[in-house]
Design a protein around this ligand. Structure first.
Ligand code: DGI
Ligand code: FE
Ligand code: FE
Length: 399
């Protein structure tokens, strides 16, 4: 097994780090990548305004999840937990113990590569891991790599792999932090990472969460979910806008509802219950134990209280999982968009898509009936709101 180890302060993790990680993972054929945020790097002080370690860890986790590597990317707390300076040799010793059989590769940029012999215990580092160095600019080509590679090979018997990134992202963390403090810099960050920075006001970013534009709202939503759900959320946003255009609803509201509808999908039951308590959402007996029914309620609360969305958006999100009797147009649109967005793939989805654009109430009935059937087959209890929706749309579509 080939494991890549990518350490750094990741302050914050940006697209430059992510492009390098992807390129190295592909070039080396890594089975796994481990990102290791440093507590206190040996060679520099962390600048003022650096977020708490827990926050930096969360940012790196989001970056790792959003890398989209086939083997996945993990984030290690080894260095954040260890006391004192974060020495790479210590980290590699620990990883070697954890993965005795693996081939370890240490990823680093040119600057680091050119100084690795001056790090703490270079002989340990170069014995435990191969070095994968990536150049960011034209100047970092063979002319710079070759002498250092030869030196390290001769002196330490090191295993060296070098590559020049095809489309390097030209940003330094220092510059990016300056941009963020001025309300700029989003183009250098994965949306989910940017969203976490905005929502927590990191690096002096001071967005008014109740007045976010669409890219910022997306970023915040994506920062709250696993990366694998993002295509579904994007699909729901787009489908909701198409349906709104078709049926004469407010496209902007449909869009915002689509963007936020699943933002609390990954909260566990205790967190869901806490949010319901905080925002005064009353729950029936089934809702208190069926966690899947809660994200629509808590998502609606976050939309209203954190992002300042109006009642129409709140209600559309609130009812998007079960539906109910007598739904508003926007409520039906979000429910249906969630059901038929382009990533959905189940038997009958094509008929349902066609129906959604010819007779929305009939499509609603088809959707609700399919949900009831599905729940019944799986032996899940059907919520009373789902049953009321079923009865309502049966009555409504009677000839
Ligand atoms: O959040 P999504 O996965 O995009 O879709 P969703 O909000 O419609 O949630 C689907 C989940 O909700 C699915 O696991 C089934 C569950 N669900 C929907 N209606 C009912 C229900 N679960 C129960 N127990 N009863 C329902 O009536
Ligand atoms: Fe949902
Ligand atoms: Fe959804």
């Amino acid at each position: 097994m080939k494991i890549g180890v990518y350490g750094g302060t990741f302050n914050p993790p940006h697209l430059g780090h992510m492009a390098a990680a992807r390129a190295a993972a592909e070039a080396l054929g890594l089975d796994k990548l481990i990102l290791v945020p440093a507590a206190a790097p040996p060679h520099k002080e962390l600048p003022d305004g650096t977020p708490e370690p827990e926050r930096r860890l969360e940012l790196v986790r989001l970056a790792a999840d959003n890398l989209g590597l086939p083997g996945g990317a993990e984030t290690s707390e080894l260095e954040l937990r260890r006391e004192g300076k974060s020495f790479t040799s210590d980290t590699l010793r620990q990883l070697r113990e954890e993965y005795p059989q693996a081939e370890l590769w240490l990823l680093m940029g040119t600057d680091m590569f050119l100084t690795v012999q001056h790090w703490h215990e270079p002989e340990v580092i170069l014995k435990l891991a191969g070095i994968c160095a990536f150049g960011r600019t034209e100047r970092d080509g063979e002319a710079v790599f070759a002498p250092q590679r030869e030196f390290l090979q001769k002196t330490y018997g090191a295993k060296i792999f070098t590559l020049t990134l095809p489309n390097p992202v030209d940003i330094s963390s220092t510059r990016l932090r300056e941009l963020l403090a001025r309300g700029e810099g989003r183009e250098y960050l994965a949306p989910a990472v940017y969203g976490h920075i905005l929502m927590n006001g990191l690096y002096g970013a001071h967005a008014d969460l109740k007045r976010l534009d669409i890219p910022e709202l997306r970023a915040c939503s994506y920062s709250m979910v696993r990366a694998k759900r993002i295509p579904h959320i994007r699909g729901t946003e787009e489908e909701a806008m198409r349906l709104a255009r078709r049926w004469g609803a407010d496209e902007r509201l449909a869009q915002r509802a689509g963007i936020l509808h699943d933002c609390t999908k990954y909260l566990e039951l205790p967190d869901q219950l806490a949010l319901c308590r905080k925002y005064g959402v009353e729950l029936d007996e089934l809702e208190q134990r069926a966690v899947k029914l809660l994200h629509s309620k808590t998502g609606a609360c976050i939309a209203r209280h954190i992002f300042g969305e109006p009642d129409e958006v709140y209600n559309a999100i609130f009812w998007h999982t079960t539906g109910k009797g007598d739904m508003t147009l926007l409520e039906k649109i979000l429910y249906m968009a969630d059901y038929i967005e382009p990533c959905r793939n189940f038997d009958g989805v094509e008929q349902l898509r066609a129906m959604a654009y010819t007779d929305l109430d009939r499509a609603m009935l088809m959707g609700v009936e399919a949900t009831v059937e599905d729940m019944t087959r799986r032996g899940s209890p059907i919520h009373v709101n789902t049953l009321q929706a079923q009865a309502w749309f049966r009555e409504k579509t009677k000839l």
